[in-house]
Design a binder for this molecule. Structure first.
Ligand code: PEP
Ligand code: MG
Length: 916
């Protein structure tokens, strides 16, 4: 490759490269889309005068260009733009790229809009070759350091750029094999024990291995090295682990990554050098303490990879107070500047501090809420910003189980505490041990709870981490890959538990200094809040918030997380426009939901009230009855249950609205299937087995979900809604007499034409009028319908005429809108998601373009007839933050979700209101 011509003017007008050199930067923190998070923040730090080694960022547009143009680059990028940018770095440092006397070395790192820790590739010490290594050696006066850098560079280049790192973890990396063989030959354990000659020999062997495996020599030309490294970074955007990570985190593939080329600073040049990572607050608890780790005489990857256990940042205070104070100052500057908790990487080279990265720090849900509330109190952010800082799903972490304390105490007294590691991801998890991601995923498919146990994790393990209850590692610190990723996923994690020896080959985990061995499939419990690792199963129980809210076993003042949770919920309620209801069929569910802040019941599935005890028999008797008399006999048995249930539910809800849906049982869910069940039912209802079997066969449906269910049941057998409406109105009248005003909302399921609704509404009104007359008490009630059939959605102007309210039953609307069975789609949806046909599971998060459009059309049509038509959603999507946002934008009045998701929906609704 020829030396580039620096003086040729660039012909491409578009700016692809942004420098941060010479004390200022062309970019800033707002340019994340173009420069990636790393590049934008390096520019920002340079702009606010922090010590950043000079460099430049190749924008994400180059990455998209690369993929759009058969992996080629914009014109003149390598010929002019990159050399010109390198020249600025050279000028600032007085070094030259490829200069045998005083070589400039650079790092080449990826950096996309959203942080993807460890997913993409990095090359360090680039620019070294057999000449420049000698220059570095002379210049640094440290030949061992220079050759160690060269050894690392050739290995990284071989692994990453020349793709010699085996993708199959069972195969050995050729460079590791050479390194280990040399250690074995010399009888040494650590890399630091290699002499200069050893390193020279290793480098020679590395180069020979490269030639043998690729048929090409290791590139000596630094520009060729640079081009290779930049290509590798762009290629790594689409490596398997990055693709999986993007899927899990909903990061679109078209964003692309930027590529940062930056002058190297060395933390491994001697004892006055070092490297570290830190959070400006505690990322696990949110406490306002400087939290970090460092290693002297080490390169950045050593801290994160967990190969050496780093020291706590406080120790730096004792070792090097000047650098520590400088870091403390930077901590404060960054927090004030970014008004957020930051995650930083730094390097000390010959007693001089350099900032290599800063980004908004990942944190646990608990920490996110604490930091947001604290920063509001410190007047750094407003309450609106505080709300927008917290992802609704993070609240899950406050609501997550902890160990049953008694059971845990007992386990410890029984001597089952095996070891204590770092409390890297809070919460309690219990499950069966699996030692690799694939086995963990298989176990998860068998519905086994999994604890993933690894010596240390790497990005290849994320699939396994995603399916595990908890993660335990033998090595690594609080900022190791396992710790970072687990916290981000909201997983329980104990990291760096050095008292354990994990042996993948034997499939076992040994407690050092004892003969205790646990094997694959054995139960293990880990406490991610204390770091304790306990043999066997320890039951988990509710979190502090649950103890305060639901169990009332803890006073709010004794629960530190309560106050911050409560503050956040108060703020959320101040800004949200949507009401939040719950789906509940039993009074205890309703009470739980109220403590979480539910403002009503959006869906009571009455068929669920008949699952237990004798009720299921009466329900089956009713379904199987072959005439109206038989049905009425069974319905008479069901009436008292229904009335009592409705009474209980209304009472639990006080004056809050309660929507009761008339029976909607797809029959197959209720019919007896086995011979035993049939015989049992026959005996109970006094019919022969043959009669029942015959009737079951008469009722057989090929498509029960599209069969005799919903309003069709009531149209065929009006005695069913008559019984239900009687029970609803009688219960409401009883409460009225006791002094409680209830306005039941009676909901008709599976309507597709207005006629169906009109017929059913007529039955409802007639029954209600007669019960009210009997009871001698006037009560108000509403009659509305679910919108869960596409025809109903697009004829909502007609349907609205007969309805006081609509509730979107998005489970069925998705099933019918997409023509995709809600019960069977598990077979193909994972593949669909993998191929990006759906970014999210459409049964979890609303398909905005399709089902969402049906909802929008329906809302508009319905309100064109009745401007005040009350609109809600009661499909499972009601607790999904993205769907909640969509419902807000569509002008719904409420969302209804399962009780434990009510806090999440409250926060999601507030964020939607603030964002719109
Ligand atoms: C729905 O279809 O969205 C709904 C809430 O009803 P179910 O899930 O009971 O069919
Ligand atoms: Mg439905």
């Amino acid at each position: 490759m020829p030396e580039p011509d620096f003086d040729k003017a660039t012909s491409d007008a578009k700016q692809y490269i942004y420098s941060f050199a010479g004390g200022s930067a062309e970019g800033d923190a707002s340019m994340k889309n173009l420069l990636g998070g790393k590049g934008a923040n390096l520019a920002e730090m340079a702009n606010i005068g922090l010590p950043v080694p000079p460099g430049f960022t190749i924008s994400t547009e180059v990455c998209t260009y690369y993929y759009d143009h058969q992996k080629t680059y914009p014109e003149n990028l390598f010929e002019q733009d990159i050399p010109a940018s390198l020249r600025k770095v050279e000028q600032e440092l007085g070094k030259k790229f490829g200069d045998p006397e005083n070589p400039l070395l650079v790092s080449v790192r990826s950096g996309s809009r959203a942080s993807m820790p460890g997913m993409m590739d990095t090359i360090l010490n680039l620019g070294l070759n057999s000449e420049t290594v000698e220059g570095l050696s002379r210049k640094s006066g440290n030949a061992r350091f220079a050759w160690d850098c060269y050894r690392r560079f050739v290995q990284m280049y071989g692994d990453v750029v020349l793709e010699l790192k085996p993708t199959d973890k069972k195969q050995i990396d050729p460079f590791e094999a050479i390194l280990e063989a040399k250690k074995h030959e010399l009888g040494i354990a650590l890399d630091t024990d290699f002499s200069v000659d050893d390193l020279k020999e290793i480098v020679a062997k590395y180069k020979a291995a490269i030639f043998e495996k690729t048929g090409r020599n290791f590139p000596e030309n630094p520009y060729e090295q640079l081009k290779g490294a930049i290509g590798a970074v762009f290629n790594s955007w689409n490596n398997d682990r990055a693709v999986v990570y993007r899927k899990l985190n909903h990061i679109p593939g078209y964003w692309g990554t930027a590529c940062n080329v930056q002058a190297m600073v060395f933390g491994n040049m001697g004892l006055d050098c070092g490297t570290g990572v830190a959070f400006t607050r505690d990322a696990a608890t949110g406490d306002d303490i400087f939290y970090g780790e460092f290693l002297m005489n080490a390169q950045g990857e050593d801290v994160v990879a967990g190969t050496r256990t780093p020291l706590k940042i406080e120790q730096l205070k004792a070792e090097n107070p000047e650098i520590y104070n400088q870091l403390e100052d930077i901590r404060s500057i960054l927090e004030k500047h970014y008004r957020d908790m930051m995650d930083i990487e730094f390097t000390i080279e010959s007693n001089k501090l350099f900032m290599l990265q800063c980004r908004v720090g990942k944190r646990t849900g608990v920490a996110a809420i604490k930091i947001a509330v604290d920063m509001f109190n410190e007047k750094l952010i407003s309450e609106k910003e505080a709300i927008l800082r917290i992802e609704p799903e993070q609240l899950n972490q406050l609501l997550r189980p902890v160990f049953d304390l008694k059971a845990k105490k007992q386990a410890i007294e029984d001597g089952r505490l095996l070891a204590t590691g770092l409390n890297a991801g809070p919460g309690a998890a219990t499950g069966k041990i699996y030692f690799n991601a694939a086995d963990a995923a298989d176990a998860c498919k068998r519905n086994e709870p999994v604890i993933l146990v690894r010596i240390e994790t790497s990005p290849e393990d994320i699939k396994g981490m995603a399916v595990s209850e908890g993660i335990l590692t033998e090595r690594g610190g609080m900022t190791s890959h396992a710790a970072l990723v687990a916290r981000q996923m909201g997983k329980v994690c104990v990291a760096g538990c050095g008292a354990l020896t994990i042996d993948y080959q034997k499939g076992e985990m040994r407690v050092n200094g004892s003969d205790i061995v646990l094997r694959e499939g054995d139960y293990l419990s880990i406490d991610g809040s204390t770091g304790e690792v306990i043999a066997g199963e320890v039951p988990t129980k509710n979190s502090e918030i649950i103890e305060v809210l639901i169990d009332k076993t803890l006073k709010p003042e004794d629960a530190p997380t309560w106050a911050i949770y409560n503050q956040l919920m108060e703020w959320a309620d101040r800004y949200r426009k949507l009401n939040i209801r719950t789906n509940a069929d039993q009074p205890d569910q309703a009470e739980t939901a109220i403590t979480f802040g539910a403002e009503g019941i959006g869906l009571c599935r009455t068929e669920h009230m008949f699952f237990g005890g004798e009720r299921i028999d009466a329900m089956r008797e009713m379904i199987l009855a072959d005439d109206i008399e038989g049905r009425k006999t069974a319905l008479d048995k069901l009436l008292p249950y229904q009335r009592d249930d409705f009474y209980g539910l209304f009472k639990a809800m006080g004056s809050r609205p309660v929507t009761i849906r008339l029976l909607d049982p797809p029959l197959h869910e209720f019919l007896p299937h086995t011979e035993g069940e049939i015989a049992d039912l026959a005996a109970k209802i006094g019919k022969s087995v043959e009669t029942i079997s015959e009737r079951i066969s008469d009722l057989h449906e090929f498509n029960p979900m599209l069969g005799l269910r919903g309003c069709r049941l009531g149209i065929l057998h009006p005695e069913i809604p008559v019984m239900q409406v009687r029970a609803i109105i009688e219960a409401a009248c009883r409460l009225k007499k006791e002094g409680h005003e209830v306005v039941p909302e009676i909901m008709v399921p599976l309507v597709s034409t207005v006629k169906e609704l009109e017929i059913t509404a007529e039955i409802i009104h007639k029954t209600a009028r007669s019960v009210i007359a009997e009871q001698g008490t006037g009560i108000r009630y509403l009659v509305g319908t679910m919108i869960e059939v596409p025809r109903a959605a697009i004829t909502s102007d007609q349907i609205a005429r007969a309805a006081d309210f609509f509730s979107y039953g998005t489970n069925d609307l998705t099933q019918m809108g997409l023509g995709m069975s809600r019960d069977d789609s598990g077979q193909f949806l994972p593949t669909y998601q993998q191929q990006d046909i759906f970014a999210r599971n459409p049964f979890e998060s609303i398909d905005i373009d399709g089902v969402g459009r049906l909802m929008s059309i329906s809302a508009k049509e319905g309100r064109s007839v009745k401007p005040d038509l009350k609109l809600g959603i009661c499909g499972e999507h009601g607790g999904d933050p993205t769907t909640v946002e969509f419902c807000h934008k569509t002008g719904l009045n409420y969302v209804s979700c399962s009780p434990y998701r009510v806090p999440i929906a409250r926060l999601a609704a507030a964020r939607a209101a603030l964002q719109s």
